[in-house]
Ligand binder design. Structure first.
Ligand code: 13P
Length: 250
């Protein structure tokens, strides 16, 4: 009943020219996808991607958003600015931002609120470090990160949001959580949402898996009942790979 959503996170890759080329190749290739298709691109590529994706089923996403509406925040972009560029989705709280740019659960929550208030769909990233999994703290970490990120949102806003479970040890490493590990932890996330906001909200919110998802492992992961899609890094940078991931059920 939840529509799957496959999103590419290009991270800090692709000039506008390269972006145009990639999206031009994706447009005909993914046109029959049964899932929602999103590319989360650097802000410098918004215009090129918007133009190349015009009239297609490919939706534009950003990789971060500031929580203020405007003001003295050098280098930052507001939710209204993203909206004005045709952005519909925004990745928030990616582990790379938590690790390298001082993102905290508090600032993730502020960004999520700013995004939903502006009508953007947040893709909220949560996930444990290797040490945390090995010490048995995975569930505690993902429950806490999820509930902190959603704090203050209405039930309707949560139903519309997307959560991405990305175990940090699986990102860019070629290591993937097993189908069962990913399904189990996403189940833990959904149960936490159900306890706090009710089963109806938990049944509606889409939870993706992310971390070395690729054409080879996508089928197994997507066959799991709790997994509603993927957030794809490396494999989203090449049209044939991303196409195969998006068309996982074909
Ligand atoms: P990789 O697919 O390259 O492991 O990256 C996952 C990710 O961080 C998506 O946000």
């Amino acid at each position: 009943m939840r529509k799957p959503i496959i999103a590419g996170n290009w991270k800090m890759n692709k000039t506008p020219e390269e972006a145009r080329e990639l999206v031009a190749a994706l447009v005909p290739a993914v046109k029959d996808a049964d899932c929602d298709v999103v590319v989360c691109v650097p802000a410098t590529d918004f215009a090129a991607v918007k133009e190349a994706a015009q009239g297609s089923n490919i939706h534009l996403g950003a990789q971060n958003v500031h929580f203020a509406r405007s003001g003295a925040y050098t280098g930052e972009l507001s939710a209204d600015m993203l909206k004005a560029c045709g952005v519909e989705y925004v990745v928030i709280g990616h582990s790379e931002r938590r690790q390298y740019f001082g993102e905290t659960d508090k600032t993730v929550n502020l960004r999520v609120r700013a995004a939903v208030e502006a009508g953007l769909i947040p893709i909220i990233c949560v996930g444990e470090l290797k040490d945390e999994r090995e010490s048995g703290y995975t569930d505690t970490i993902v429950e806490y990160q999820t509930l902190m990120a959603l704090h203050g949102l209405t039930d309707e806003q949560i139903k519309n949001a997307v959560i991405a479970y990305e175990p940090v040890w699986a990102i860019g490493t070629g290591l993937t959580a097993t189908d069962e590990q990913a399904n189990e932890t996403i189940g833990v996330i959904r149960k936490a949402v159900a306890r706090k906001y009710g089963q109806e909200v938990a049944d509606a919110v889409r939870v993706q898996y992310g971390g070395s998802m690729n054409p080879k492992n996508v089928k197994g992961l997507m066959a799991q009942p709790e997994i509603d899609g993927g957030l794809i890094g490396g494999a989203s940078l090449k049209a044939p790979d991303f196409t195969q991931v998006v068309l996982y059920n074909k």
